[in-house]
Design a binder for this molecule. Structure first.
Ligand SMILES: O=C(O)CCC(=O)C(=O)O
Length: 190
């Protein structure tokens, strides 16, 4: 059974952005170039990352984050879970029916915390404990910031099932377009 709670080490900050800032961020995203090499559209900033190869090499450095991403990245970097400044942002677009498969963010490639900002429509994220198989679920509301650290970062997978609606508290909620910004700190391996 899916428990409607977060795994240990995960937390949510609701309304992470000041009023109007979410719409402005989405405008920047939508006026930027999308990559279409996955089933969903993505944008990579700071460092390119290959979801299939799960590695980051010096050749994948894209450069500094664009100016429009700096204020929000600095705000995430200032959270206590982040020991180092964020230098990578990946934008994911999910149309109804699209998702992201269960994964743990590459352990050597990224630092001890990962955060994801939700723009657009809500979506249910599922978490599964690698050791026990326990499953939990949580609805990510627009403008909320999900932070994964500790056990949630290393011991629980997270995923967004590819479906057109989510069943939440017995109610079927049709999905609409969601765009997320995932903030990470790259740590290059020797
Ligand atoms: O869309 C999200 O909130 C999560 C994205 C994610 O898990 C990833 O990019 O690895």
């Amino acid at each position: 059974m899916t428990q409607p709670i977060l795994p240990p080490g995960a937390s949510i900050i609701g309304d992470f952005l000041p009023e109007g800032a979410g719409g402005r961020l989405l405008d920047w995203v939508d006026s930027s170039e999308w990559r279409s090499d996955l089933k969903r559209r993505v944008q990579h900033y700071g460092w390119h990352y290959d979801y299939r190869e799960r590695r980051v090499t010096p050749a994948m450095r894209l450069g500094p984050l664009p100016d429009w991403l700096v204020p929000v990245s600095e705000a995430v970097s200032a959270l206590p879970e982040f020991p180092d400044r964020i230098d990578q942002v990946i934008v994911n677009e999910y149309l109804p029916g699209q998702g992201i498969s269960a994964h743990i963010d590459c352990e050597p490639c990224f630092g001890p915390a990962v955060a994801s900002l939700s723009l657009g429509g809500p979506v249910q994220m599922l978490f599964r404990c690698r050791q026990t198989g326990e499953q939990r679920g949580h609805v990510l509301e627009p403008l909320s910031l999900l932070i994964l650290s500790g056990q949630a970062r290393y011991d629980w997978t997270h995923e967004i099932p590819a479906r057109k609606s989510d069943l939440v508290d017995g109610l079927r909620r049709p999905r609409t377009r969601r765009v997320s910004l995932t903030f990470r700190t790259v740590s290059l391996q020797a």
